[in-house]
Design a protein around this ligand. Structure first.
Ligand code: FES
Ligand code: MG
Length: 570
């Protein structure tokens, strides 16, 4: 069998010389160019992405496996996106990184690719890029950090940040105690160990069939993460021989499985945007309503922060994602193919056991009966908005309140703690201009912290609505991803202080109690915000980004171009 890489390394002419000779400066012996499968290891390692900083080490174990199976591994870096440092938000660059991944995979002599991922956006960006090329592809998720430990208690990445910030605000914590907690929370390599977006993405790729079974929950520093990497290296070589392309894994049924599993693990609301974008690349028809239809009735089985009380280490020791999939077997498509060449049904064999029923509940006796993300619509969100019930306060899921409007994030920061702000806990906090175009990049600010004077009363949740996202580690009765967004003239832009807003999750409704006539009058007064960037990637982004309900991909990136490149480089 002749592989794609032979179009580079197999040539007997000038081009073959060029393709091989320079590579030999790295000390690769002649026989590695003999036509064996060439495996790209797409590495999102970076010291600026702390959650992925250990992936250079993990790549070495993938290489071992590739060599053992008779392949030729070649590691390459792509743009790495870290949630914590990148301004204005890593999400702005997800599509850019996906372009990097796509072109790096297609333009190089690769027959298959292993994606090393971790921090939130590094999973969807590489998956989107790989889907648009469609080679055999396998994901090795970098794994979560060990549980945070603080004053004898387990604390979860992100989740505890929101709580400690409130405690600092209300004087329950001194600044010294606050800064001491930083190293207690983050004490090993790996990504956030709550069911934040990174853990959600790891569960997503495992449930899609893109990892070896059991991959998602293994902590980054656990020796079994290295074993997983090595076995993944062996397996990708076989996948190339079997021509098991990513499009054979990513079927409509695989996406439906991922939606159900996400509900059962209490996954992040960001899951919706990323899964939709990946579906758009591979050509699977998936819309916002599918998430509600397929997922909202699925019970919550996993008791992890922010919805519950445990952390990823506990999840792994309790048996990990295979236990969740086994519990859900009756409602999943168990005949979908996975990267190991077996179906989910074959992988979830009888050996899968739950070792801690406090961490993973059974399908018959779940933590919450219906837990999946709900899609709400109405005049305030004509194309939909989302809310994660498992992170919300049940009594606020049906609520009518007076709007307190913040025109943008600066306005919010300036006024939220002003003692004269006209607000009480029955109000609905409204934040505009934090959508894909408006911010730009749709940051995780939708769970805006409550005003100090309300926190001082001991109140911890209010209805908050915006066109932004929230961190997967966050919680609250928060309506997110309002589409169309305010910056392009969605009705959210027309909300004024004092308007009545109604949220009714059960009825799937988000309604602004203002007449169509009045909205039309307000629209004549509305001014489109000034252009945010006149050059560079941001200019490209704001002119081409799709709305949240479409996955916020750039419109010209939807679909795939395959792996063919007709022309040589010289
Ligand atoms: Fe990287 Fe949470 S900040 S996973
Ligand atoms: Mg995040």
């Amino acid at each position: 069998m002749k592989y794609r890489s032979a179009e580079w390394f197999g040539k007997k002419d000038k081009m073959g010389f060029i393709y091989r000779s320079w590579m030999k400066n790295q000390g690769f012996p002649e026989d590695l160019f003999d036509g064996r499968p060439v495996i790209g290891i797409c590495n999102t390692w970076s010291e600026l992405t702390p959650c992925n900083a250990h992936l250079r080490d993990i790549a070495e174990y993938v290489k071992r496996g590739v060599y053992e199976a008779g392949g030729f591994p070649l590691e390459f870096p792509i743009m790495s996106l870290g949630e914590t440092l990148l301004k204005p938000t890593a999400m702005l660059f997800r599509n850019l990184a996906s372009m990097d991944a796509e072109e790096s995979i297609r333009g190089n002599p690769l027959d298959g690719v292993v994606l090393l991922t971790g921090c939130d956006k590094t999973t969807p960006s590489t998956m989107m890029g790989a889907a648009s090329v469609d080679l055999p592809t396998l994901v090795v998720p970098g794994g979560p950090m060990l549980n945070g430990k603080h004053q004898g208690k387990d604390i979860g990445s992100g989740t505890v940040v929101w709580k400690f910030t409130d405690d600092l605000k209300t004087g329950k914590m001194t600044y010294d105690e606050f800064s001491h907690a930083e190293s207690c929370m983050s004490r090993s390599p790996g990504h956030c160990m709550t069911m934040g977006t990174a853990s959600t993405m790891a569960c997503m790729v495992e449930s899609l069939g893109m990892t070896l079974p059991g991959a998602a929950a293994i902590p980054a520093v656990d020796s079994r993460k290295k074993v997983l990497a090595q076995l993944s290296g062996r397996r990708i070589v076989e996948m190339v021989k079997e021509d098991l392309k990513i499009s054979k894994i990513l079927t409509r049924e695989a996406f439906e499985n991922a939606i159900k599993v996400n509900a059962a693990v209490g996954g992040s609301s960001n899951f919706i945007i990323h899964l939709t974008a990946i579906a758009g690349r591979i050509g699977v028809d998936l819309n916002l309503d599918d998430f509600d239809k397929i997922g909202s009735q699925i019970p919550l089985l996993l008791n992890l922060m922010p919805s519950g009380k445990f952390l990823m280490e506990d999840f792994y020791y309790a048996g990990g994602l295979p236990v969740i999939m086994k519990e859900l077997a009756a409602v999943l498509h168990m005949n979908t193919m996975t990267v190991n060449g077996k179906t989910h049904g074959e992988n979830i064999h009888s050996k899968v056991t739950c070792y801690n029923s406090d961490v993973i509940a059974s399908y018959e006796n779940p933590i919450i009966k219906e837990a999946g993300i709900v899609v709400v619509k109405g005049n305030l969100a004509l194309n939909g908005a989302v809310i994660k019930p498992s992170a919300a306060t049940p009594s606020l899921m049906k609520h009518k309140g007076r709007a307190v409007v913040f025109e943008n994030i600066e306005d919010y920061h300036e006024r939220v703690d002003d003692p004269n702000l006209d607000i009480d806990e029955t109000c609905v906090m409204v934040l505009k201009s934090v959508g894909p175009v408006g911010y730009p990049g749709m940051p995780e600010v939708g769970n805006m912290p409550l005003p100090k004077k309300i926190l001082d009363k001991g109140i911890t949740d209010m209805v908050r609505i915006s066109d932004g996202r929230m961190s997967g580690t966050a919680y609250g009765t928060v309506v997110l991803h309002i589409s169309p967004e305010s910056a392009i003239g969605g009705n959210l832009a027309l909300v004024e202080n004092g308007d009545i807003i109604e949220l009714d999750v059960e009825a799937r409704l988000i309604h602004l109690h203002v007449s169509d006539e009045e909205l039309a009058v307000r629209r004549t007064r509305w001014k489109k915000p000034d252009a945010i960037a006149d050059r560079g990637y941001v200019n490209l982004y704001v002119n081409h980004v799709q709305q949240a309900d479409k996955g916020a991909d750039l419109n010209f990136l939807v679909g795939k171009s395959g792996s063919k490149v007709a022309r040589d480089s010289h």
